[in-house]
Design a protein around this ligand. Sequence first.
Ligand SMILES: [Zn+2]
Length: 167
Amino acid sequence: MRTLVLNAGFEPLAVVSDRRAVVLVMRARATVLEVSADPLRSPGTKLDRPSVILLDRYVRPVVRRPGPVSRRAVLRRDAYRCAYCQAEADTIDHVVPRSRGGGSSWANLVACCRRCNHLKADRLLEELGWRLDRTPREPAWSVRPGLWDGSSAPDDAWLAYLGGVAA
Ligand SMILES: [Zn+2]
């Protein structure tokens, strides 16, 4: 189970294990905002399982430049959803095909399912009457690596706090 950690300014900072979250709360470094329905059990104790916690002091987030564009990075950015039909994506697509001068940039690559990739082939969206459900762009920043990878589905309780991050 994981806990969403909000910075003191309420912006999402990280996702940590619930046990790590309990430690932060017990050390008076954070306040519990949301509790999960099922408690955390260890021998002899029963603790509320924090779902969302708020740090008491502002932590400067580790802002990482987005890495080089890659298949995996694009799939991650797009949360593994096809930009054309919203099915699960297993590949990436050049919006403007390479054969038509499209480059391998963040702005021209989207997550895509094999079916749409095959249907689209070397055509432009205008020629197919297709639309993108997003504007592909370089990720602006990422939170500490390994903590929030953007690819795992957030808990329902987090949604109110995630704002633009999960979208
Ligand atoms: Zn598709």
